[in-house]
Design a protein. Structure first.
Length: 428
């Protein structure tokens, strides 16, 4: 079943937020390597800037998810893009290291606000039977963002500080395009209907956040947050510090490191396309198991064999393919399935906020861990992806299997006499 062109546009434009998310993380990681000598950045400076981007994302996600549930998806999405443009512009024109900090923080806040908002807009605008596929499109765009950034970096890395400005200028241009096309989006139909009905007839402002932390919503919130923490810490570390590992441990120059990163990404993109095909079918469950095992193998390889040009390349390629089935993509789909409309973006904001807050703290110390012993970092990441696989298989999937049996978990409670909003059904 193929969606109409309007439905694809309704998914593609918000999906550019995932492009910006991945591209910004990679851009910052490469740019800091290019700037470390000209600006005299220490490992702690690099860690602090990397951590600030992720911390801003964490704060923005918690606030943005709730604001989106209360005020609507489209307007919040457009506002966060405008905010991102301001932050990226500050970074592009910054004449010194000091001005990198406010630009990075603003970019992080905007990314945090935009991610749960854009994903809710995608899922709620998609046709029945295609919701998982459309949400999966954002994961494909996430990988395209990495590929485009690494491809550009391959050509501009030798320019040093100018190359860094070009990379951030690329992010700025994508955000401007997303904002322009974003004005043509429609507001989520599900959100409009839920806003009119609310929970038991309540208006969204009186839908209490405390419902997320008790009763039937608490268990999926805890399980999904745990899964995303365990799977995202390794993915974020790989995204932010792959170039750092190539250059400072494996002895590869920044331009070659970008090329190697680019060459490994088509494997992950193939995985993302396969995930899109089966995201609305029961085959996604066995694919999750395959992906979880592949991620353990990927991060375990350099832990056992050491960090070399080859092992870092294989780690990125295999982790990218496995993560397509057992990483952020399936997390995004699970979040849309497990929470009702008026809590959907709030729940995703909470899980994003907690996760990105922890990854921010970890990013600050990651360069120091690498300097101490790179193998320690690899074993930590291997253990985390193993835990993610266990939580996903033993907790989150079991909650997803019960989808549709419980009106509150399946969707919004409807006014008396009306049927509840249906869950995202799997094709049989």
């Amino acid at each position: 079943m193929a969606g109409s062109s309007s439905h694809w546009r309704q998914s593609l434009v918000p999906g550019l937020m995932s492009y910006l998310d991945a591209g910004s993380i990679i851009t910052l990681g490469i740019s800091l390597v290019l700037l470390q000598e000209p600006l005299g950045l220490t490992p702690w400076d690099i860690g602090a800037l990397s951590g600030l981007l992720t911390a801003g994302l964490a704060v923005g996600a918690v606030a943005g998810g709730r604001i989106s549930d209360m005020l609507g998806r489209k307007n919040v999405f457009l506002g966060n893009l405008a905010m991102y443009i301001v932050g990226a512009l500050l970074v592009v024109i910054a004449p010194s290291a000091a001005l990198l900090y406010p630009g990075v923080v603003i970019m992080g806040l905007a990314m945090g606000i935009g991610l749960p908002t854009s994903l809710a807009l995608i899922a709620e605008s998609a046709q029945e039977g295609l919701k998982g596929r459309m949400v999966g499109l954002s994961s494909a765009l996430w990988l395209v963002g990495i590929m485009a950034t690494l491809g550009l970096a391959t050509g501009v890395a030798h320019y040093g500080p100018l190359g860094a400005r070009i990379l951030f200028g690329h992010m700025l241009a994508i955000a401007v395009l997303a904002l322009i096309f974003g004005f043509g989006l429609e507001e989520s139909r599900e959100w409009r209907e839920a806003r009119r009905a609310g929970r038991d007839g309540a208006k969204p402002a009186s839908v209490p956040v405390r419902e997320l932390f008790r009763g039937r919503l608490a268990a999926p919130l805890i399980a999904l947050t745990a899964f995303f923490v365990f799977v995202n810490l390794p993915a974020n570390s790989l995204g932010q510090f792959m170039t750092y590992l190539y250059v400072n441990v494996a002895g590869v120059d920044a331009s070659r490191a970008s090329l190697l990163g680019l060459l490994g990404l088509p494997v992950g993109l193939v995985g993302a396309v396969v995930f899109m095909k089966f995201a609305d079918s029961r085959l996604r469950k066995p694919l999750f198991y395959v992906g979880a095992v592949l991620q353990v193998v990927a991060f375990g390889l350099p832990a056992v064999a050491g960090i070399t040009e080859l092992t870092v390349f294989l780690m990125a390629a295999v982790a990218g393919f496995g993560g397509a089935f057992a990483g952020e993509g399936i997390y995004k789909v699970w979040n849309q399935e497990l929470f009702p409309t008026m809590y959907r973006a709030t729940a995703q904001g909470v899980t994003y906020g907690v996760t990105r807050g922890l990854t921010a703290g970890f990013a600050i110390v990651t360069p120091a861990i690498i300097a101490y012993n790179p193998a320690v970092l690899m074993w930590i990441l291997t253990g985390l992806v193993a835990l993610a696989g266990l939580v996903g298989a033993l907790a989150v999937q079991r909650m997803g299997a019960e989808r549709g049996t419980d009106p509150w978990l399946a969707g919004d409670a409807a006014p008396e006499g009306e049927a509840p909003e249906p869950a995202l059904e799997l094709q049989r």
